[in-house]
Design a protein around this ligand. Structure first.
Ligand SMILES: *[C@@H]1O[C@H](CO)[C@@H](O)[C@H](O)[C@H]1NC(C)=O
Ligand SMILES: *[C@@H]1O[C@H](CO)[C@@H](O)[C@H](O)[C@H]1NC(C)=O
Ligand SMILES: *[C@@H]1O[C@H](CO)[C@@H](O)[C@H](O)[C@H]1NC(C)=O
Length: 356
């Protein structure tokens, strides 16, 4: 009957709206492909967690501007599972529109046990990081990127600046043949090669000490003004309750209201690592004459509210209650390649409202 048909139409309409809302959200968060599966059963690398905690609070609110270099940080895991001294990173997730700011190769040096310390020089180890120019030639053609001396007996992370090399790879991915790391032990009598090892990925064996390539980039695709959190908020609000309208709302002056965007409700909890959601807030309330100080009215809004009140022009409504200050948030997630990505998003949280 007619009632059922209307209900069906309404349901279809709602489905359409939800699909459109999800598409727009994906656009706001600059995510092209959503990972198909839920959160991989693994922990993000500790340095990414530390980086997140440095730039954002537990709600994802950016602590201070400029703490992060660029607005995207990716940690790519080593994808070579066979060769102990060879490291390969798939950089295909870096977009063409991204500007490379910094690339760091992070490798974990393993301890060399049972080594008697004979002399000062025997204490040291020379580490060379090369860019491979191809993988097939023997001897392998390569470019030296960096060298350093390390103590034989310490264990821990070494970070190499590989910005130039990786920038080239991003420009032309067919030049990416990976890194080669060699170690040479300097002793008085002989030189020993590949004496010390760096932790290495193995298939289906997750280890927090695996090598990572960390990329800091700037993605200017992110729009800042065309997607205001208030519109996101409205969408979520509409999905949640389409009918609760209270006439009392009209007399409350324009102000900031609570709005928690819950990634669980959006269906993104499976792959967003931090935060669980964030407080976006939204602006709501009346912008009636006289607009007090607290309504932060623009001169234009003041004049508009006067024209409206005096009914000088019948088409002119009251000014709108909108966010006039916005702040950014950071989000950390697994991408569809199981890499961990930290992104900073501008203008996501309304921090004050005004009549405009
Ligand atoms: C890199 O990752 C992309 C996306 O997952 C994949 O299509 C491509 O084959 C990978 N490249 C290599 C060399 O493994
Ligand atoms: C890393 O290398 C790039 C290019 O070689 C250089 O411009 C940059 O200053 C280096 N960064 C650090 C922190 O040394
Ligand atoms: C990318 O590098 C390959 C191998 O060095 C080269 O043959 C090719 O012309 C390069 N492509 C572009 C677009 O520069």
């Amino acid at each position: 009957n007619e009632g059922n048909l209307l209900l069906l139409l309404f349901t279809l309409l709602r489905k359409g709206i939800v699909a459109e809302a999800m598409r727009r959200l994906q656009e706001v968060f600059d995510i092209e492909a959503l990972p198909h599966d839920v959160l991989p059963h693994r922990k993000p690398p500790q340095f990414m967690v530390d980086l997140f905690n440095k730039v954002a609070d537990s709600n994802g609110i950016t602590k201070a501007p400029g703490l992060l270099e660029g607005n995207v940080v990716r940690s790519l895991e080593d994808r070579d599972y066979f060769d102990q001294s060879y490291f390969y990173f798939n950089i295909s997730s870096v977009g063409r529109n991204e500007q490379m700011l910094k690339a760091e190769l992070r490798v974990f040096k393993l301890n060399k046990n049972h080594m008697p310390q004979k002399s000062f020089w025997q204490h040291f180890l020379k580490v060379d990081v090369y860019e491979l120019l191809d993988r097939k030639s023997k001897p392998q053609r390569r470019n030296l990127i960096s060298s350093r001396l390390l103590s034989l007996y310490t264990e821990g992370w070494e970070v190499f600046n590989v910005t130039q090399t990786v920038s080239k790879w991003v420009g032309n991915s067919s030049t990416n043949h990976g890194f080669l790391i060699t170690t040479t032990h300097l002793s008085r009598t002989k030189m020993e090669s590949n004496f010390v090892k760096f932790a290495k990925s193995r298939h289906n064996m997750r280890d927090n000490r695996n090598a990572f390539l960390v990329l800091f980039t700037n993605n200017d695709r992110q729009k800042s003004s065309s997607f205001l959190p208030s519109s996101t908020g409205k969408t979520m609000q509409q999905i949640r309750d389409t009918s609760s309208f209270s006439p009392k709302d009209q007399i409350v002056p324009c102000q900031l209201n609570d709005l928690f965007v819950d990634f669980h409700e959006i269906g993104w909890a499976g792959w967003i690592i931090f935060p669980r959601g964030y407080k976006a807030y939204y602006c709501k309330g009346a912008c009636l004459f006289p607009l007090g100080e607290s309504l932060r009215a623009t001169n234009h809004a003041t004049v508009q509210s006067i024209v409206h009140t005096l009914k000088l022009s019948k088409d002119v409504s009251t000014p709108c209650c909108v966010p006039d200050k916005l702040s950014s948030i950071s989000i950390m997630y697994f991408d569809d390649n199981e890499n961990v990505v930290l992104k900073n998003y501008k203008d996501m949280v309304a921090t004050s409202c005004g009549c405009h």
